[in-house]
Design a binder for this molecule. Sequence first.
Ligand code: ADP
Ligand code: MG
Length: 222
Amino acid sequence: MIQLNHVYKTFFKGKDTEVHALDDVTMTVKDGDFVTITGPSGSGKSTLMRVVEGMECADQGNCILNGIDLAKSSDKKRAEIRNQKMGIVLQDFGLFNDQTVKQNLQLPFLIAKRSIKSANIRAQEILEYLHIAELTNRKVQTLSGGQKQRVAIARGLMMDANLILADEPTGALDHKATEQLIFLLKKLNKEGKTIVVVTHDMEMARSGTKQFYMEDGKIFPL
Ligand code: ADP
Ligand code: MG
């Protein structure tokens, strides 16, 4: 599903300091994998996720997603793939706080030019599946961290993408909410979703069917 081949990404800090955010990263993610990536802050995890999402281009090497090289696709095509083929869960949730849960969930459908009616039917289905149907009409700003996390995942599931990408989804969660999230991701994985998750939480890192560790832009099996 995802193939990274010898990917390099260097950032420049100030005049002459180079940061090798990705340093010869080669990684394969197969359909049905539950991949976890851990490692210290600044080791390149988020950069790796952004390359997979097509938000960042590699300096060298390539990233092939279901046979498509995102770096060679148009911005429009990339945005379409992101919206429809990937469920992306951001660290800060990326939700609109002054809007309701339902309005947040409608967005991927509206971007894909599908009807609000079909969005609402799907939103209801997903919210029930995640046991948070009672939050449908709540404004996001009134929710707890764990509830926002579920809503962010709900939005990631709206388009029924096969690939779920999450960068530090447990960052803002307490222990109980973290355990629930691990349970949920395992369940989604068993139901056929391919999952790639970056995490600081060792219990989550150890839940993966494929576990990686990053340090100084390099990736190793954990
Ligand atoms: P992690 O997610 O593991 O904490 P990142 O991928 O965010 O690590 O960052 C890896 C390294 O690349 C860090 O040293 C970071 O400061 C640097 N970096 C990441 N993005 C940028 C950017 N857009 N501009 C400059 N440096 C960056
Ligand atoms: Mg990061």
